[in-house]
Ligand binder design. Structure first.
Ligand code: SAM
Length: 274
């Protein structure tokens, strides 16, 4: 019989699987949510999908139906028997049972031939940011990321300068992607039920401004936000501060400004001219 998310509870009980809070295990039990994510993702047979945390395969099952291949990373090896059983009809799914953050993901990705690369996942909330940072730092040729995250965290991705949520991650993400919320998800569609609601966020690749050197940009942004409450003069010791100040003046700013006041274009201008 086909696996369906509604059966998750039953499967977990039958197999004596104890859900692990420390792995951020909140499994989706509402098939409609999965269907909506799949519909929005618009996956086809030219698409390689990367999924972090398949759990018992609720999302994986439908990803496998649509995609050319699905590459998953699951840290919890006790889920292996149930995942293998739920996904037994698919030959296009590969699951690596290890910590996504400690794996060499590009090495695995480049084993596939694909036209499009998507990340689609219901992320473990305790490491949402490290996972996204890792994905960005890999510089994979990503076309789209669709992830379910904690509502507050998702809102932070879209943060604009001068708001408390604006961070180096918002700068990176908004540099590479057009970000939008595509779905609100109630806490009631998971087992166990989390303490917070979720949203599904889409990151679509965008044409971004020219950067002479992405590494310099990454480092500049990271250093600028190093101590959020300190100004640029303090966070950017070791840089050519005269040059930076000259650039900031164009935007009516100086070195007493904090990183949170700088929009992406200012970071790009500085990175391209230091
Ligand atoms: N995709 C499933 C679903 O939607 O029902 C499960 C999502 S659950 C929120 C997060 C999953 O990520 C769990 O299966 C958990 O074991 C896995 N996970 C947690 N930390 C991980 C890590 N560092 N690397 C890979 N998987 C991880």
């Amino acid at each position: 019989m086909q696996y369906s998310p509604k059966k998750t509870k039953e499967i977990l009980e039958n197999q004596n699987i104890v859900l692990k809070k420390n792995f951020g295990q909140n499994f989706i039990i509402d098939e409609n949510i999965i269907d909506m994510i799949i519909k929005k993702a618009n996956i086809d047979k030219d698409t390689l999908v990367l999924e972090i945390g398949p759990g018992v395969g609720a999302l994986t099952y439908k990803l496998a139906q649509e995609a050319q291949n699905v590459l998953c990373y699951e840290i919890d090896t006790t889920l292996k028997p149930v995942l293998e059983s739920n996904l037994k009809e698919f030959s296009n799914v590969k699951i690596i049972y290890n910590d996504f953050l400690s794996e060499n993901v590009p090495l695995e990705i480049w084993k596939y031939k694909f036209k499009k690369l998507y990340v689609v996942a219901n992320l473990p909330y305790y490491i949402t940011t490290p996972i996204l940072v890792k994905i960005i730092e890999y510089k994979l040729p990503l076309d789209k990321i669709i992830v379910m995250v904690q509502k507050e965290v998702g809102n932070r991705f879209k943060a604009k300068p001068n708001s408390k949520d604006y961070s180096s991650l918002s700068v990176y993400l908004n540099y590479y992607f057009e970000i939008k919320k595509i779905l609100d998800v109630s806490r009631n569609v998971f087992i166990p039920k989390p303490n917070v609601d979720s949203i599904v966020v889409e990151f679509a690749k965008k044409d971004h401004s020219y950067l002479k050197n992405e590494q310099i940009f990454f480092k500049l942004v990271k250093d600028s936000f190093k101590q959020k409450r300190k100004n640029l003069r303090n966070n950017l010791k070791g840089y050519d501060l005269n040059k930076i100040e000259e650039i900031l003046r164009k935007y009516n700013l100086d070195l007493t400004a904090r990183a949170e006041q700088l929009d992406i274009d200012i970071f790009i201008d500085i990175a391209n001219n230091i």
